[in-house]
Design a protein around this ligand. Structure first.
Ligand code: HEM
Length: 468
């Protein structure tokens, strides 16, 4: 493998027990990690307050951490305790035997044979969105939309349908706002030097308690509805959780909440970044429109169609490379001393893996800052653990196949009717709970009603793209 891990340990200078590093992690994390990788190499050791901590940028150590030695680490309690306030005792946060048991139960809901049913729900919601957007565009055939807000709402509706077998929630705006507050809270409370008690009369605390209430009422209500249903399997994830947890309402609530939170914001962000990339890349946009038009002939896609849409998938994989919604994996803490491919970790040390920085390493990805989906059309040029938008090893994302299918189907459905044409401003990645465009994603969309849609037709819009 080119560029084996050198064994050199980079130790950037620090100030006051690493307070300067903590400040950069809080306010400028993406640039800070990228900078550390470029200046200090594959293995960087930092002091963060009382903790000795490591950033690992080489696939050898990433593999050792996430596969061989994963059981020697737990997710850093300071972070999981924050998220547990609303997630409860769920798969996302569990450790050891409790995690193994939960993983087995939740996995049942993601069996391959269940995915096409979830895919159909995603397509139905995307088609409804395409109708709405086309109507909104009216005669002009164009509209400027905050695409990040639109995609967040779409993935919320899809999550409600696939997870709970429910219609889009009536208070969708309120739920979106609550999810945003929780995402901000997770970041703020886990990076603050101390966590202040909730009874303090602070705006941030009031908002957090309000958001937790909104989400709790939503999920508890939907779980109660699921428990009262006469059918045992409604084809949704909830039915499976109820069966696996044998009707234990608390366990079902906690896993359902964590799936909703883990799956919804990340999936919305992935769609936002993919459409942002397409808006800037007319040649790729034109190629993918051809692929979708030729592959589907104007009908709505199904999960089985995806094998025939390799470029659609490659666009999504490349968007995941450049803007991985999980830009950093959960911070881990060693429970015992362990050797990670030549790096001696002590019990209590913290270890961080940052896919955002790994994915931009020029040793594996030529011209790493360029959007080039062709990378994913041939054999990978990178080692397996240099690309990990969904993590790796036993704690790899449980919703990975679901998320990839959902994104491909949404793209194939929307792009038959509407295309992202122009970004109104360059999106700036905002590393909060997941990586989203800071302040939204204003983008101009154009209707394809003159070219092709589910009814077919000529390809004026594509030619317009090619002429540009
Ligand atoms: C684009 C979408 C998604 C991305 C980028 C993503 C990313 C990730 C990553 C990187 C991890 C591993 C974290 C770590 O090891 O520190 C993870 C774990 C997890 N994800 Fe996802 N995810 C996505 C969608 C989903 C969906 C749709 C669901 C469920 C409906 C989901 C549920 C989970 C759960 C429950 C875990 C924890 C698994 C465990 O610890 O055993 N994710 N995700």
């Amino acid at each position: 493998m080119p560029g084996r891990a050198s064994g050199r340990i980079g130790q950037p200078r620090r100030w006051l027990l690493g307070v300067d590093h903590l400040v950069r992690i809080k306010f400028d994390q993406l640039a800070f990690y990228d900078d550390l990788r470029r200046r200090h190499g594959d293995v960087v050791r930092l002091r963060l307050g009382p903790y000795r901590s490591w950033l690992l940028f080489h696939p050898d150590q990433v593999e050792a951490l996430l596969t061989q030695h994963w059981a020697s680490f737990i997710r850093f309690r300071r972070l999981t305790e924050v998220v547990a306030q609303w997630n409860g005792d769920s798969l996302l946060l569990a450790e050891g035997e409790a995690w193994r048991e939960r993983r087995r139960k939740v996995l049942a809901a993601f069996q391959t044979r269940r995915l096409p049913g979830y895919g159909a729900v995603a397509v139905a919601h995307a088609a409804r969105l395409a109708d709405r957007l086309t109507r909104q565009m009216g005669e002009a055939g164009t509209a400027t939309l905050d695409t990040d807000a639109v995609m967040a709402r779409l993935t919320l509706d899809i999550a409600a349908g696939t997870l709970f077998g429910a219609d889009p929630p009536e208070n969708g705006d309120e739920i979106e706002a609550a999810l945003q507050v929780l995402s901000d809270t997770a970041f703020r409370e886990s990076t603050a030097p101390i966590r202040l008690p909730d009874w303090l009369p602070l705006r941030a605390k009031r908002r957090k308690l309000w958001a937790m209430g909104v989400m709790d009422r939503l999920v508890v209500g939907l779980v109660a509805r699921g428990l009262a249903r006469p059918t045992t399997d409604g084809g949704d994830l909830l039915s499976m959780l109820i069966a696996q947890h044998r009707g234990d309402a608390r366990a079902v609530r906690d896993d359902a909440m964590s799936l909703l939170i883990a799956g919804h914001e990340t999936s919305g962000a992935l769609l936002s970044w993919t459409f942002a990339a397409l808006a800037r890349a007319p040649a790729w946009r034109s190629r993918v429109l051809h692929e979708i038009d030729d592959g589907l002939g104007g009908r709505l896609p199904q999960a089985e169609d995806l094998a025939g849409l390799p470029l659609t998938r490659a666009l999504i994989e490349e968007a995941l490379r450049l803007h991985p919604p999980a830009y950093s994996l959960f911070l881990r803490q060693a429970t015992q001393a362990v050797d990670l491919a030549g790096v001696a970790i002590r019990a209590g040390d913290l270890v961080q893996i940052a896919p955002y920085a790994l994915h931009r390493d020029g040793r594996w990805f030529a011209d790493p800052d360029t959007f080039d989906p062709a990378r994913f059309l041939g054999k990978p040029t990178w080692p397996r653990y240099a690309y990990l938008p969904f993590g790796a090893g036993p704690r790899v994302c449980i919703g990975q196949n679901f998320a990839l299918m959902e994104a491909c189907l949404v793209l194939a459905t929307l792009l038959q009717r509407v295309v992202p044409e122009r970004l109104e401003q360059d999106p700036v990645p905002d590393p909060k709970f997941s990586l989203r465009p800071r302040g939204g994603l204003p983008m101009r969309w154009r209707s394809r009603r003159d070219s092709i849609g589910p009814k077919g037709g000529n390809r004026l819009s594509d030619r317009a793209d090619e002429a540009r």
